[in-house]
Write a new protein. Sequence first.
Lengths: 158, 409, 409
Amino acid sequence: MKIALVIGIIAVLAVVGVGLYVTDFTAYLGNNPSTCNNCHVMDAVYESWYHGGHKQWANCNDCHTPHDLIPKYIVKAQSGYHHVTAFVFGDIPDAIRAKESSREVVQENCIRCHEETVSTMLESSMEFDRYCFDCHRSVAHGERGISLLPYQHSEESK
Amino acid sequence: FVSNQPSADRGIAPVVEIADMEPDSSLWGLNFPNQYSTLKLTETNNTRTTYGGSEKFSRLEQSPSMLELFAGYSFSIEYNEDRGHLNSLTDVREIKRVNDTTPGTCYSCKSSDNPGLWDEMGMAQFDKTLFKDLGQKISEPIGCANCHEAETMRLIVTNPALDEALKAQGKDWRTFTRQEMRTVVCANCHVEYYFAGEGKYLTFPWEDGTRIEDISKYYAEMGFMDWEHPRSGAPMIKMQHPDYELFTADSTHYKAGVACADCHMPYTRDGSAKFSTHNVHSPLLNAEAACGACHTDVGYVTTRVATIQNQVRETMDASEVAIVAAIEAIEAAAKTPNVDEALLAEARDLHRESQLRWDFISAENSMGFHNPEETLRILAASTDLARQAQLKAVLAAGTPSIIEAAYNQ
Amino acid sequence: FVSNQPSADRGIAPVVEIADMEPDSSLWGLNFPNQYSTLKLTETNNTRTTYGGSEKFSRLEQSPSMLELFAGYSFSIEYNEDRGHLNSLTDVREIKRVNDTTPGTCYSCKSSDNPGLWDEMGMAQFDKTLFKDLGQKISEPIGCANCHEAETMRLIVTNPALDEALKAQGKDWRTFTRQEMRTVVCANCHVEYYFAGEGKYLTFPWEDGTRIEDISKYYAEMGFMDWEHPRSGAPMIKMQHPDYELFTADSTHYKAGVACADCHMPYTRDGSAKFSTHNVHSPLLNAEAACGACHTDVGYVTTRVATIQNQVRETMDASEVAIVAAIEAIEAAAKTPNVDEALLAEARDLHRESQLRWDFISAENSMGFHNPEETLRILAASTDLARQAQLKAVLAAGTPSIIEAAYNQ
Ligand SMILES: [Ca+2]
Ligand SMILES: [Ca+2]
């Protein structure tokens, strides 16, 4: 029992420690997209964002973190933890896909920037029960999200 | 997570109060000019596409074999390609399928006066009244009141027949999500229906389900028929625009959560604000907006539509040839002395089953695109049944001589 | 990206020089351990899926009607579900379809020794040699040399028959893009083929195109047949794994630029190194990686696969019933005194045409998923032709009595 607790604490410390190390912590308090790209597993999304429609308007955090100050750092801590643990313990999903929680964060941000455009849709007396990116599948990371080369460069699809 | 509260800077503030079930769309239009002005466009649309579009051409001239398939039934008199919503009243009044005995039921899906009339006189009375008499009370084509609740502007089921059909399946549309309603609202009209009993009561044959097999079972069990085919003598069923039934039969798009309105009423911009275009027509005429948001490569998807529709058209042609052959065989068999009546009856049943499957696809309006796999599965079965009907006729006659002439045509 | 080059991030720098067409994959494996170790896994895969998977079950026990359809041909002796690449040699040597007269041609798609042998003795000689003799020279199953050029590691066409078939269509694979090669490399083997002439020369029937109609026309014009059906007497064609032909017939994925390797060899992570898994099998066994890269909702796509495959299986069952009925009718007709030989010949042709269409889908390995619409279009035609064959038999016999028994079974 006690032992388990101790091991637990050590484990957590270890994770945090490694986390601070591999992720160059202070960088993650900022908004520079290339810091996300410190991880190779972020290459595809970075690439697709870089070539996608929004690069000139929005960086990762504009979409992936809430914009009232406090929640922002909570989300960063959470996802940072996911990322690092997944990384350190190697259980990286075959296809990295946004969790429901991230989708909701992103959705809030789509609306934050496009409120006027979508006001008519949101004013409905029934809940707007779908994600913007159900339709706008390509605005952020290209149509196929994390789809990898060479598919996105194929001649056939053009 | 998305608040439904009217946001601070509301787009258009209501300038007039709209009465419940107000038939006159132009009044609603004062509050919602974009939706009204786009709805108006449906009156004059006239562009044709390969298999659809808004031009009112004759479907009988387009595929003459329908004259043989619908022989003895009103659809062999006049049957046209459908067009925009605002033409509904003109077209139902001009069509030669209507006569003095036609029931008021034929107005059910043609006018925004209906919700008010159903409320006032009840649907049973509405349907009992003769078309020519009920016509006095009707002056508006399809309008806002057919899809919206005036006070909240939300989408609602306005056709009592749909409300009852859903109930029969234990469903209550009031519990449906907004995205579901973006499909269900079309089911007020784009569905197969029949007139039940003397009162010509409007009914959707969904009690056993909305698949073609369920519908055919439903009609078979109640021994219903629309007309008897004069040549084959089979008890026939006419299918009508089962757009909703085919689309919701596990189609690619339906299972992906896509709704009718996504493709047929895509968002359009008026300055900064988006609204749903109410100029409903073939999405191939505005594919950029209709498909473009979800499919970056619009050229790819429209080409796929062409491929699929051609595959379906080719397969449907084969069904038509087979059904016509079956009709001729049964007709000839019936004329042979001491024909086996039991086998002849089986042949007629096969003709009915084959044709109602073919018609389910033919009467549907997307040339199979709404659900390509289900469409081709059904057509394959239709052709198989038609060929079996032809063979049964030969067995009934006891000699293949009856079909030699026809067969080698 | 027009150039056909392997991806830059191979992970490891070459540690040994690999000779051109080196048959021994373990040597290549020293340079590319990830690809080698994943290829090794294909030897022991044994998981079954609803319609496929890697378990070596008997397809004849799975659908017994094949015993009647393939009657008189080697495929009615033994015919199993396919499994991983490393089993190719074991399985071709164990199969009872092989006998003392079997030509070496049967090794064409089973070993990485082939590129070297074709280079050394030429394909004509390779194919002339008897299977049992050529076997002395062959010890490796499928390996790196069947798909890669050692020096550059790029994907190449190693099978002379494919090179010639493409030439016949005026195509040169050396001009293909890398993404095209990710599909074409599979066409070295996953295609319909036949043995031309006495020399059993390996040939792909693509001169008129790769659609089923083109292939059937090609065989008809050269008057080719694999065997005569003992019961119907029809000159039959056996179709073999036309995975490439069906997929490239304007399928959704092919037109969208997706390649075989995208689904069957998805990129995999080993630490930070990314490589194409060489453990090729049913993508339903690793859908997360195989479909997840392109589809956000993997549950949705795998459910769609199940729906499509069930629709295809059901439609294919109907074709089988119809073809068996045709065989029985023709057999009975042939026994009737003064049968009309001309009509009987027509009936046999219809049997051949019907069955080769069915077999094009049955021998293909995705239960229709590679191209759902084309699959169902072809099956609809197959059933139609089979029913016509049955009817023609009755016409030839001059009496339906020949089928009463069979028909009412
Ligand atoms: Ca139309
Ligand atoms: Ca297999």
